[in-house]
Design a protein around this ligand. Structure first.
Ligand SMILES: [Zn+2]
Length: 330
């Protein structure tokens, strides 16, 4: 089920991940990404009707897609500053979000439709003209010439409109950088193009217990999970639907970095194996806790981890004040 169709070679994916990482997450989350979840009214679900999952789930910020935990649901969203949480453990709400996102994937921007119409018209005029000219050259009457020319125009227009519409929509969305629909990263992130004020280097020493990476189950000081999603038949190229990072406090270069105050700039590897049912189940639960459904399409899951006691470098930033640090291989 988790096999991926239509997703390109791993090199392209890696390049894409790197590109994604350089986005200024916070800026994008605040200004570029508007979920527009207008159809969803979580308040309308009464307690009698509510069905809950048996396991804990995240709270989704309906404005920017930040995944908050229970404590955070009492206050404003760290990503956008609003307080619009939906408890994803509520099955009714999770289903509504799923349906809305499903509809959203079929939407075609008005300017793409217009461009598609224009291209199709020009092509149809050309083809219609050629057919009319051929009928005239073949010695057919004016009447036949008009009928054949018009028929060719209509057929070309209909066919090319669908093809253009599909191709233009795909190209529109692959060029447009889009923030993952769910994310959990330390904020504020460094400003775009900000230079580090200092860099620390050395082995990473965890302060306290290590974490276990969610899918591969490796012991680590921190992890990042990125999820790429694709579905056959929609009008979108594969899209990033999740970017999530967690770290425990650790020491590097004689300084302590607090928990969840660093973002990972590390090469991700694909995890999950169709043959391994245990791992597949793990992925299914992991996704559901974040309001994503395995049955909805094809998911590719990537993990990057900070290995304990290995050499790394940490860049510290002061723009904006309190910005999260970044960690990369030293
Ligand atoms: Zn938010």
């Amino acid at each position: 089920m988790l096999a991926v169709v239509g997703i390109g070679a791993s090199g392209i994916i890696q390049a894409h991940i790197r590109q994604q990482r350089y986005l200024s997450y916070q800026r994008e989350a605040r200004h570029a990404y508007n979920r527009g979840l207008r159809g969803i009214k979580p308040d309308k679900v009464t307690t009698e009707e509510v069905e809950w999952e048996s396991f804990p789930c995240f709270y989704l910020c309906m404005n920017c897609g930040y995944l908050g935990d229970k404590n955070q649901s009492e206050s404003t969203c760290p990503g956008c500053g609003l307080q619009k949480w939906s408890d994803l453990r509520n099955i009714g709400i999770a289903e509504q979000i799923r349906e809305m996102e499903n509809r959203e994937r079929q939407l075609v921007p008005a300017k793409v439709k217009k461009q598609s119409g224009l291209r199709s018209s020009l092509l149809s005029i050309l083809v219609g003209g050629v057919v009319a000219w051929l009928s005239y050259s073949a010695g057919l009457s004016l009447e036949y010439m008009i009928v054949y020319g018009a028929a060719a125009f209509i057929v070309t227009f209909i066919l090319s409109w669908f093809i253009n519409n599909y191709l233009l929509t795909m190209s529109y969305f692959s060029k447009r950088r889009r923030f993952p629909s769910r994310w959990r990263l330390p904020v504020p992130l460094p400003a775009k193009n900000a230079l580090p004020s200092r860099t620390l280097a050395g082995p990473v020493r965890a302060q306290g217990e290590l974490l276990t990476s969610p899918i591969s189950g490796r012991e680590c000081v921190g992890y990042e999970v990125s999820v790429l999603f694709d579905v056959a038949g929609d009008k979108r190229p594969p899209m990033w639907v999740l970017e999530e990072e967690r770290t425990v406090p650790f020491q590097i270069g004689g300084e302590i970095i607090e928990a969840d105050r660093v973002t990972l700039e590390l090469p991700p590897t694909m995890v999950g194996d169709e043959e391994n049912l245990e791992q597949e189940k793990k992925i299914g639960l992991f996704l559901r806790q974040r309001g994503l459904f395995v049955s909805e399409g094809f998911y590719k899951v990537f993990e990057a981890i900070i290995e304990p006691d290995k050499q790394y470098q940490v860049s510290l930033f002061e723009n904006p004040p309190g910005a999260a640090a970044t960690i990369f291989r030293g």
